[in-house]
Design a protein around this ligand. Structure first.
Ligand SMILES: Nc1ncnc2c1ncn2[C@@H]1O[C@H](COP(=O)(O)OP(=O)(O)OP(=O)(O)O)[C@@H](O)[C@H]1O
Ligand SMILES: [Mg+2]
Length: 160
């Protein structure tokens, strides 16, 4: 199941809210750790914070090279919130640094071809071009697990 990680390929998991994307990437991270790999987990805004932290002393390239020593890097929930310019830059820099060197898994409500809706078009094109070159794309579908549980009364313990 994790051969693609050792081959340094990517995984893009996309589909509607509540269809298990984060659940899947968490399970994947757990499986990778159990297989003795190292895993890093980010939201896209964490990447924005990383950019800001390292911009001041120009150490971003070094931080990225350090980060891509991790066997599997996961970026979860891209596209739920507006992407700040710093986060868009961080995401591009990560995808570029990891390109053909490290496995990335990203989850998003949008198919990567729609990333130009959430980040500047030229940056999105360059990012997605690298991301999808060696990528497995998994599209989740169906109803939200959350909505199904909520409407079948399993979301809460009933009040007495
Ligand atoms: N295969 C599964 N079996 C049982 N429960 C699941 C499964 N996949 C997801 N769930 C549960 O369904 C809920 C929603 O899943 P998850 O948070 O992964 O959705 P998501 O696709 O990441 O949604 P969003 O786009 O809103 O972030 C969670 O409570 C999760 O634990
Ligand atoms: Mg999610």
């Amino acid at each position: 199941m994790l051969e693609w990680v050792t081959r340094k390929e990517n995984l893009c998991i996309c589909g509607p809210s509540g269809t298990g994307k984060s659940h899947f990437t968490e399970a994947l991270g757990q499986a990778a750790i159990e297989a003795g790999m190292t895993v890093a987990w980010f939201t896209i805004e964490d990447l924005g914070a990383l950019v800001r932290r390292h911009r001041a002393d120009d150490s971003l390239a070094r931080a990225m090279s350090r980060l891509i020593r991790t066997d599997l890097i996961i970026v979860d929930d891209i596209g739920l919130l507006p992407v700040s310019p710093d986060a868009a830059e961080g995401f591009y820099r990560l995808v570029d640094a990891a390109y053909e060197r490290r496995a990335l898994a990203v989850s998003s409500n949008l198919h990567p071809s729609g990333f130009d809706e959430i980040m500047p078009k030229t940056l999105a094109t360059a990012t997605v071009d690298r991301l999808l070159h060696h990528a497995h794309v998994v599209v989740t579908q169906g109803d939200s697990f959350r909505l199904n549980q909520a409407t079948s009364g399993q979301g809460v313990i009933p009040l007495r």
